[in-house]
Each structure stands twice: as structure tokens, then as C-alpha cells.
Design a protein. Structure first.
Length: 101
């Protein structure tokens, strides 16, 4: 089985969308659960909404971007970019931290 990676999905979501970002999140989670039952390991980790940009973003865990795009299609999201995301919240012990001015 392929290793799971994290992916960031950006989807256009007009402020006037029925149910708004909460409805998009419910659809995304329901589709991911169905795909897992089909043997496709897709999971929604977290989602958030940028109202000024009308942009709904979601972090998925999956084997490939193609599986995430399929999940977005099934959830009827107006997908923009889908790209692999790498956590940067923990720096290695030997990393040099540079602070801006």
C-alpha cells in the first residue's frame, strides 16, 4: 500500500452558497467516509473558509492527489488547486531559526 500524504485543496465557495462552508465540510467528510468503505484511504483532516476570497480550503490525507481530486469531485466542490502539503510546525533540532526584522 502506498504511503499516505497530506494534500491542500482550494475550492471556490461563494458566500451565497446554500449551507456555506459547513455544508461543504459535511459533504467532503461524507464522501471521504464512503471512499474509505470502498477501500480508498481518503480522510478529511481539517477545513477552513476565507470569506473575503470566497475560498474554502481543506486538508486531506490520501495516497495521491488524484484520489483527493476524485473526493472533491464527488463532494461537488468547485476545485481550484490541489497540492501536497508538508507540515512545518516543528523544526529539526539542528535547524537555524532566522527571525525577520
Amino acid at each position: 500500500m502506498a504511503e499516505l500524504s497530506t494534500y491542500l485543496v482550494e475550492a471556490y465557495l461563494p458566500r451565497t452558497s446554500p449551507g456555506g462552508p459547513a455544508a461543504a465540510a459535511v459533504r467532503a467528510r461524507a464522501v471521504a467516509e464512503k471512499m474509505r468503505h470502498e477501500g480508498i484511504p481518503v480522510q478529511v483532516l481539517r477545513s477552513f473558509f476565507l470569506p473575503e476570497d470566497e475560498l474554502w480550503c481543506c486538508l486531506y490525507e490520501a495516497r495521491s492527489a488524484d484520489e483527493v481530486i476524485e473526493a472533491g469531485r464527488r463532494a461537488e466542490l468547485m476545485l481550484g488547486r490541489t497540492q501536497r502539503a508538508v507540515g512545518a510546525d516543528l523544526a529539526p533540532a539542528d535547524a537555524q531559526v532566522v527571525h525577520g526584522n
